[in-house]
Design a protein around this ligand. Sequence first.
Ligand code: SF4
Length: 218
Amino acid sequence: MHSNLVQQITTQLETAFGIPRRQEPGKPLDSLILTILSQSTNDRNRDAAYRQLVEQFPDWETLMNAPVEQVARAIRTAGLSNQKSARIQEALRWIYSTYHTFDLAFLCDMEPQQVIDTFMQLKGVGIKTISVVLMVTCGVDIFPVDTHVHRICKRLGLVPEKAGAEKTHHLMQPLVPKGKAYSLHMNFLKLGRTICKAQKPACRLCPISNLCPSAKME
Ligand code: SF4
C-alpha cells in the first residue's frame, strides 16, 4: 500500500533531517507574491527580488499601478522577470477587483478547496502556488507538489512516471500521513536540493534508498 510506504518515507526522512519547524506564517498575499517569484529560482534570488519590490514600491496599490517594466527591473534577480512582473500585477488587479482589499487574511477561514478553486482562475497561479500559500500562511495540512517533490514522487514510484504535477498533487494528498504534509514537503525539498537532484541523484547518500525502486547504488 502506497500510504504505508509514504508513512515510512516520512518517518525515515524525519529521522535523517529532523522534523521541520514551521516559520512565522506571514500574510497570504506576501506568500503568494513570494511563490510567484520563486518559480525556477532559488530562495536567495527570490528573497532578493522580494526585498527590491518592498523597497521600491511602498504598498501593493503602487506596485499594481507601476509600469510593468519597472516591476520587471526590480525583480530581475529572480529571473523570468517579464513574465513574473506581469503575473504579479495581474494577480494584484484580480485580487483587488474581486475582494476590494489586499488583506487576504480571510482566506485562512475559507474552505481550502474553495480557495484553490477560486485562485486557480488566476493566470500563473497553479495548484502548487495556492497550496504553498495555504500550507505556509494558513497552516493547512496540504502537500504542495513543486518540481523537487514531483521528481521524487515519480522516482519513488508513488505516482506514474507520466503523471503531471497537478495529477501528482491529487494522487499524493490521500497518501500523506495526517498532520505530516508540511514535514514531508519540506524534507522532500531538502532531499531534492541536496541528494535526489534532477541530474545524477546521489542514491548512496539517500536516507530512503531502501524504499526507492529507482535507487542506483553503484
Ligand atoms: S534512492 Fe536515489 S532516486 Fe531514490 S529518492 Fe533517493 S536519491 Fe532519489
